[in-house]
Design a protein around this ligand. Sequence first.
Ligand SMILES: *Cc1c(COP(=O)(O)O)cnc(C)c1O
Length: 357
Amino acid sequence: MSYPLLRVHLDVLRSNMNTIVKKASACGLSVWGVTKGLSAPFEVASVLEGTGVSALADSRVKNIRRLKEAGIKKPFVLIRVPMLSELEDVLEYADVTVVSDVCTMRALSDLCEKRRKGIGVIVMTDMGDLREGFWPDEAAAVAAEIKKLSPLFRVKGVGVNFGCACGVLPSRESMDRFVRFGEEMESVLGYRFDVFSGGGTTRSLISLDSGLFPPRVNNIRIGEGYLHGSDMSSGVTIPWLRQDTMELEAELIEVRIKPTVPIGEVGFDAFGNAPVFEDRGNRKRGILAVGRQDVIIEGLTPLDEGVSVITASSDHCLVDIEDCPVDYKVGDVLRFHPHYGAMLSLSTSPYVTKVFE
Ligand SMILES: *Cc1c(COP(=O)(O)O)cnc(C)c1O
């Protein structure tokens, strides 16, 4: 094995997504399976394709292109509003894209005409998280603009996002405003939308039974839920999902007794921080061959008893192993659960081996 290594349990991801789809559909919600969290590996996309999700979704058109070329057949939604410079690829590879800018919509519509090819769009609205989306009071004006565009540019529905940029949580009140936004657009355009996409994992899975969603909201887009079985925006694990979805494995390259307080004058570390240390005497510590180049160290939870992370530099992670029941030696491997951000960084690091099993 080549370490560091991210081990992903596909059977757990499958079972999580199956559970989510079942619970969501009982509440009238279809689910889009979001692949971006692990950088859209083919293995995960195929697992999702085999569940009841109605589409796959990713934030990068490059990921969508790679997965389609690798043989994924499910419709794909681009869930980051597209760059003007990538519209050719968006039209070629995405079945549906989110949009939040009139100029981009016009350019995409022109391209649809030029290529004689259609695309579905989800018009995003901002209900307070201040990332992408039109303001709620722009609904009629946006719809009027869309009326002028190509019939190949088809509005499939509207979408809203919470909990990403500013951590704003959805409420029944903001969901009702979201529905009004969509219905106002519908009345200008003169047809009914298929999709009212009410958000990602943020508060949606933990609120399935609590009336968060008005009847017209009929879709959620889920990444964190099946990847971690948690909802970080509310700081909870979801009791009906599994959290043992993946682990980071890293190898010890030094094990030695060292003082807990550094020797000499302390300036700033390699990342501009001035670290503080509590004197706990001499303790056994290890160096793992993994660092900030590979992972957001603060997002790692040790899975082996008695291990705690002290600090890390670009390529070294220091761990306290004094209280471990196991007598660790150089060459031994320690395991960690990565949180969402740590998973993102691991999945994009070319130095980390990925194993899907
Ligand atoms: C990432 C993303 C999602 C998925 O969010 P999770 O919290 O991982 O479920 C949904 N919608 C949009 C627009 C996203 O960017």
